[in-house]
Write a protein that binds this ligand. Sequence first.
Ligand code: PLP
Length: 461
Amino acid sequence: MKYISTRGQSPAIGFGDVLLTGLAPDGGLYVPEVWPPRLAELDVDRPYAEVAADVMAPFVDGSLTHAEVAAMAVDAYGTFEHPDVIPIVDLPGGAQLVELFHGPTLAFKDVAMQMLGRLFDAELARRSTTVTIVGATSGDTGSAAIEAFRGRENVRIVILHPHERTSAVQRRQMTTVDASNVRNVAIEGTFDDCQDLVKAMFADDVFRDEIRLGAVNSINWARIMAQVVYYRWAVGRVGRGEPVSVTVPTGNFGNVFAGRVAQRMGAAIGEFVVASNRNRILTQFFDDGAMTTNPVEPSLSPSMDIQVSSNLERLIFELLDGDGASVAELMSTFRADGHIELPAACRSRAEGWVGESVTDEQTIERMRRVHETSGVVLDPHTAVGVEAAERRAGDLPQVVMATAHPAKFPAAVEQATGIAPALPDRLADLFDRPEYYTVLPNDLSVVQQWIRDFPTAESRS
Ligand SMILES: *Cc1c(COP(=O)(O)O)cnc(C)c1O
């Protein structure tokens, strides 16, 4: 299996390189050169890890054997608390909820990250090398990455978060991890400052090579690949071969794009509902094929507060019929003007995609109503999805991707339902555990030096 860039200017490479590289040198995102054969006969009534191995094996072909990926999947999904790994829960009178949040950090990002940690370790061991992963987080990604990479031999991980600007649950999920290869840095600044520091580190060739900088952000193909699995799993179990409608609470478009890949590989998905909060750039895109950047507005579903969804480029590549030069041109126009419009001819290829935008008030109201009528407590991200699905209810059975555990967003849940959601047992003592992090100024050279000193930079607060 070879991968090509959505911008058409980088050579095709194998899975191991795609895994460690992330972004293509031409600025594009990697996609498979040819789609793997449709897995028409996939038996979804087996354990999740077995289904996962069958779905992922074609994508790692040439780098890992089916047996190797199967062993990793058993190990990765053994960290999930629910016996089904990803249970499917009936919302009375409504959709089926696909609960993606039973992993170590209670959000769907664990599904991909738990595989990614193991894939990185194996590939780095094969190459007898190590990397230092540096990432910025406003919440969910950082904790999922730390949990996935803690204790891994060939990886050190440094996560920057904005000092005193994340929720206490989110911060503690990162800072209470006591592992010699994990460091948390609280930057005196905003999330954007953290992200700019990471970008600047990647742009500094000398530093990048010196510490062998690595990234695990949401454009990494391996994360998409791991997410394809639960679309096959849920669509197969709910639809039994008949088409279903899939609603996905969306931010960077990684999750829902994995659904598109599953559809290509034979999952019977009749429609995608892309659910957004008040940041409605994607809603506009699916309404009229145009995209205009606007300032990000904070909402009750912070993991979807995004202005530009990086993984959308993979869908645009398909809509433009795999023409990398046109993708590159469109993306550079977008960067320069903050606005693009898709050519009319390729808009019709987006048939089967719709967008819905949900306000905070509607989110709260949906959480309240679902709790009142069914007793189910939704987190605000999932509630955006349930509201969007409700508006689109039609002939097809509906599934909604439930992306976070309600206890991760207790303030919104309490506002909507009046109850304070309890953390699962394994996190029940989260607020009693010691925290380990270092506060640093928003200063590139200070942060770089601190990372260079990693082995001795032990800091306990
Ligand atoms: C990351 C995240 C999302 C958005 O997922 P994308 O793949 O970026 O579209 C939605 N909900 C929760 C809880 C998340 O953590």
